[in-house]
Design a binder for this molecule. Sequence first.
Ligand code: ZN
Ligand code: ZN
Length: 376
Amino acid sequence: MASNDYYRTLGVARNAGPDEIKSAYRKLAMKHHPDRNQGNSESESVFKEINEAYEVLSTPEKRQVYDQYGAEGLKAGAGGRGGFGGFQGGADMGDMFGDLFENLFSQGQGGGRGRPRSRRGADLKYEASITLEEAFTGVKVPVNFERTELCGECDGTGARGKTGIKKCPSCRGTGRVQYSQGFFAFSQACPDCGGQGEVITAPCKACNGAGRQKKSASMNIKIPAGVEEGAVLRVSGGGDAGLKGGDSGDLYIQVSLKHHSHFERHGADLVYECPVAVWQAALGGEAEVPVIEGGRMKIKIPQGTQHGKVFRVHGRGMPSPAGRDRGDLLVKVRVDVPHELTPRQRELFVELAALAGHGAPAEEKDKGFFKKILGT
Ligand SMILES: [Zn+2]
Ligand SMILES: [Zn+2]
C-alpha cells in the first residue's frame, strides 16, 4: 500500500511547480483528513502518505535529495553514506519524520496521548592510535572520554524527589495541544512541557533538571590482532544516555596505526627495506632483518643480488584479523654505495674498474689531461 513515489501519491508530474504540488496536496488532504473519515484506517494511512509526500516535495532541499536518491536517500540522510558524517544526518532526518508521523498519528487517534517522547542518545566517536606491534599482538587500550549519562541522583527524571514533578497544566498531562491552520485542526507537542505531559516544579540539584549529566567515562577496549588502519569498532550502548528511557547511543572506536620506523604495511604483508653494502650484494652473504614480533632474523643474500630485489619470508607478516594465517615479510634490498672511501677501498675500486675495462676514474684522467695541456 505504501508508495514511495511521492509524485504519484500526489498525482502530479515530476516537473510540477510548487503551486501545483500545493493545490494537489490540499485537495487530497481535505478528502482524506481523519476528521472526515472517522475510524477509516485506510484513509488514515493515505492521509499519512500524502503528508509525507507533501512534506518532501514542498521542501526544495528534500525534494532534491528525493529526486536524486529516492525515499531511501532521505531516510539514510543523503550524503552520509559511510564515514561518521552520516550518523547525525540520519538521526536528524529520522526526527523530522518522527515528529511528522507523531502529529498525524495522534491526530488520527483523536487527540493525542502524551506518551513520553523518548530519544536515543548520541553516538560518540573516539580515535585510538596504536603501534604496529600492538596491532600485531592485539591490545587493550584504555579509552577515556566524556559522555552524557543518566543523573544518578534523580534517575533521569530531572526532578527532586517524587514531589518535584507534576502534571502539566497547559495540556492537562496529555503532552499535546490543539491548534488550527487553514482548513485543518492539528495537534502538536505541548510547548510548556515539551510533549512530556509533566513539568518539573523542583529540579534535581545534581543535574539542574536535565536528567542527564556530562561525566568522564573510561573503559578498556580490546583491539583484535591484525587490526587494519582505519578500522572502526563499535561498543553498543557506549555512547550518550538516551532521554526519557531511550536507548543509549553507541561508541565508535576508530583505530589508526602509528608510523613504524622499520616496516611499511601492505595488507597482511610487511615490507622492510634492507640496506646491503655493494660488495655484499656482489659477493653474497647474510643480512639481519628485524621482525615484528621483536628481535631479528638472518636472511641469505645470494651473490649478484640486484638493487630493488625483494625476498619473501613466508608467514612473518601481520596476522589476518579473521584467522590464524599470517602475511609475509617482504625484504626489499637497497644496495648502498659508500659515500666515502678509505684509501685502501679506493685502491681496490680503481683496480675493479680497471679490470672491468673502465680505466682510471674520471678524476685521475682529468689530472692527466691537464698535465698534458699545461706541459708539466
Ligand atoms: Zn538529576
Ligand atoms: Zn504540557
